[in-house]
Design a protein around this ligand. Structure first.
Ligand SMILES: Cc1cc2nc3c(=O)[nH]c(=O)nc-3n(C[C@H](O)[C@H](O)[C@H](O)COP(=O)(O)OP(=O)(O)OC[C@H]3O[C@@H](n4cnc5c(N)ncnc54)[C@H](O)[C@@H]3O)c2cc1C
Length: 388
């Protein structure tokens, strides 16, 4: 049997869920499939105060505020010197940010999509079978666990698959990687009784930078970001992943190490790695398809823009589909151009922020960071196979 929907969405992170909520509220028949995070908790937990307006527009702000996430009153950065630079949300317009339990946050958004009328499948993957054109719908396969795949016909497709951008690439889109940045992260346990600092700590070091946050679970997360591209890059990556490698490396970040030592934090669980570089699609939309969130463009975690942008682009994609259905032939092109402009401005801001750290101009990481997003620094990624 073939199911027919208006919009099929691959990926139920913040981008896909936001699009599903907004489209379902328009009255569209929406299918949202989310493959899930696998064995590990998802990384990316800092929600800036400005994201509240997007959550309000989606009608989920009260739900999120009541869902046990941790209040975050700002940032404390050792960047450019060993003196702390503090940004306190007390002086901002939007109130506090949040440190999210990402699994709960993402699941809450998918539940809101379901409540708005979307058909939501957890642990499910969408795979492109045949692309449609102006008259014929796209055909995708819905894989749920070990069950036989189901065929779905959809007038519109949304790629919300995260950094893999697998659906867009299967549709022929090019992804541009503007730099190389990897994150290694781990959870710490044991210090929650005395450590109540809900701010995001950031500390620059000679070969990269660290951040750390207190999670709603009472654990502390540490993450080290670098390009690992020098001659010793591969060996360094192996070292961080072995035994207490990441914890040992934290000694190079004296402020953060002192905080962890003072409160008796200890590493717990495996070190995980993640791609954290800046990237974008050359066109985040085409014939009745759009990409949202990290699939459309990915941000350096230093910017804390990823989740808010995923929500924003999900909302905007829903508006684009609505406008197209009303006969606006420019809507998809306008969406794609707008996202490219957003990413261009972001890259400028990001370069400016990295330029504020001037202590190690000879180190490869900081020389590279000063060039983020410049054309000669960008590489095109190989297109994906024709199926997801
Ligand atoms: C180290 C690090 C730290 C970060 N810190 C922050 C931060 O503090 N603040 C912030 O705002 N952002 C942060 N981010 C970025 C943030 O996590 C992402 O921007 C955000 O998760 C993007 O949401 P998304 O919905 O686009 O994609 P994702 O959250 O990646 O979700 C994509 C979903 O799609 C599923 N999927 C993939 N393919 C398919 C398919 N074919 N069919 C069905 N499902 C599929 C995946 O399983 C996944 O569940 C950080 C990122 C990194 C790497």
């Amino acid at each position: 049997m073939v199911t027919t929907v208006d919009v099929a969405i691959a990926g139920g992170g913040p981008g896909g869920a936001a699009a599903a909520i907004a489209l379902a509220k328009q009255g569209q028949r929406v299918l949202l499939a989310d493959a899930g995070a696998g064995r590990w908790p998802r990384i990316g937990e800092g929600l800036p105060p400005s994201a509240r307006a997007l959550l309000r527009e989606l009608g989920v702000l009260d739900q999120v505020l009541a869902d046990g996430h941790r209040r975050s009153p700002g940032t404390l950065a050792f960047w450019g010197s060993n003196t702390a630079h503090v940004e306190d949300t007390l002086f901002g317009l939007h109130g506090d940010g949040l440190q999210l339990d990402r699994t709960r946050f993402d699941a809450g958004l998918r539940a809101a999509a379901h409540a708005a009328g979307a058909e939501v499948h957890e642990g499910a993957r969408l795979r492109l079978l045949e692309r449609g054109d102006a008259r014929t719908p796209h055909t995708v396969e819905l894989h749920i666990g070990e069950a036989a795949p189901q065929r779905v016909q959809a007038r519109w497709l949304i790629d919300a698959s995260g950094r893999s951008a697998s659906l867009a690439r299967a549709l022929g889109a090019q992804r541009i990687a503007h730099d190389r940045l990897l994150a290694f992260h781990q959870r710490l346990v044991g210090g929650a009784a005395t450590d109540r600092d809900g701010r995001t700590w950031i500390e620059a070091v000679p070969d990269g930078w660290w951040y750390s946050v207190l999670l709603p679970s009472g654990e502390r997360l540490i993450a080290y970001l670098s390009d690992f591209s020098g001659e010793d890059g591969a060996a360094e990556r192996r070292r961080l992943l072995t035994g207490e490698g990441l914890w040992d490396a934290l000694r190079l970040a004296p402020q953060l190490y002192a905080l962890c030592a003072e409160h008796g934090w200890r590493p717990h669980g495996a070190v995980q790695g993640a791609d954290a570089g800046s990237a974008e699609l050359e066109h985040a939309g085409g014939e009745r398809w759009l990409a949202v969130g990290d699939a459309a463009m990915a941000f350096d975690p230093l910017s804390s823009k990823g989740i808010a942008h995923a929500l924003y682009s999900g909302l905007r994609a829903a508006g684009t589909i609505w406008a197209s259905e009303q006969g606006n032939a420019e809507a998809v092109g306008g969406y794609a151009r707008h996202l490219r402009e957003v990413h261009r401005v972001y890259r400028e801001q990001c370069r400016g922020f990295y330029a504020m750290e001037g202590r190690w101009p000879q180190r490869e990481f900081w020389r590279g960071a000063a060039k983020i997003g410049r054309p000669r620094n960008s590489t095109r990624e190989a297109p994906a196979e024709s199926a997801l």
